[in-house]
Design a protein around this ligand. Sequence first.
Ligand code: FES
Length: 163
Amino acid sequence: MDRRDFMTWMGVGALAASLPVVIAACAPDQGDETAAADPCAAADPCAAADPCAAGSVATGEAKAVGTLADLDANGQILSESASVGPVLVVHQPDNPDALVAVNPTCTHNGCTVDWVADQAQFACPCHGSQFAPDGDVLQGPASQPLTTYEVSVDGDTVLVSPA
Ligand code: FES
């Protein structure tokens, strides 16, 4: 065996020795107790798109997204970079004292929906999907509802947390 053959053989050996480590890192962990409490703990780190990447909801803790003064002045609070993910807060059409919070990312192809107050619905400017205040699809092409958040008020601060 000359030096080149020896180095080739060693390279193949090193690759074969590291393969079980790579496979174990990407294998699902069936016994992980944290997976049930935190949906992102069960995310597949080897998947092409990580659902728990920045912008998605990872915890149940309420986060401030604006103030009632903002909401009253603008008719909505739109925070596309809130720590819980993109958030659009509006007054509930049939009960203006209550608030509604959704993730405004259209489930069809990811455009940001607008709140159309006089029609009491969220409308997507890209392909025309329409959503009810509770996020349900009123008109496609979207087939999945908008993600909703729990919304609360502390003083003048509007808080949201995963529903
Ligand atoms: Fe909203 Fe297509 S991205 S309808």
